[in-house]
Design a protein. Sequence first.
Length: 279
Amino acid sequence: MIRADNIEVIRGGKAILARQSLCLKPGELNVVLGPNGAGKSTLLKVLTGELLPEQGEVFYEDVSLSRLDAPEIARRRAVLSQSSSLSFDFSVSEVVMLGRIPHLSGWESPEDRRACAEALEAVEMSAFKDRNYPSLSGGEKQRVHFARVLAQLERERASSEASGNTAAAWLFLDEPTSALDLRHQHAVLGLLKALARDRGMGILAILHDLNLALRYADQVLLLSHGAQVAAGPPAETLTTHHVAAVYGVRAEIVCSAYNNCPLINVLQHEEPLINNAPI
């Protein structure tokens, strides 16, 4: 379990996160939603140890994150950022192998190569393993980095099963579907759902698509101006009232005739302005 107690982040005298507390459980796909500037990425950085809050503390399995060293953290959790700049002339396989660095003891082993091959297969990039990474499209690069973080967590899972240690692996993703086409958006979210359900992985993903959250999330955290508006199961959190309050749009909730999944249909939004004149 990961627990955050009264997290507060201040920038320029303004609370980017205002006393946020939450609990993440293994085996769940948690989705963080909110408009631009709501504090979503800041929260993720605090939970992963990239950013130290002005107040509050984060605990991994009741151990303060501040007491874990970098190699130990890297073996327990992986992070997929919004953008991963990499200009080196690496092959796709070499980029994915970067995820194995926390586990390497000298040269890469057959276990490391197996982990990378399985990760590439999971994101449907096996056919690209020898391709030059800079030659890929934006969406293909994003899937390669998704494979990299999956490979990073692979030995944590394998060693835990072998030793009987039930400590969960944790995966944090900041807008993992932003550069993906429609098919691969659903493929990635479906894979995350399966990793949580079948492997007991704890996952937190930042999304902007409310309908993807409704379909795949186990729990949703809705943020606005650094504060929690609602948290809980997606159908209970993404109500028309909350959507209107947070996003400034009037919407209706409809049910898909195919799978009975709720969908948000935007009916009306505030008129966008350019130079104070309606578009």
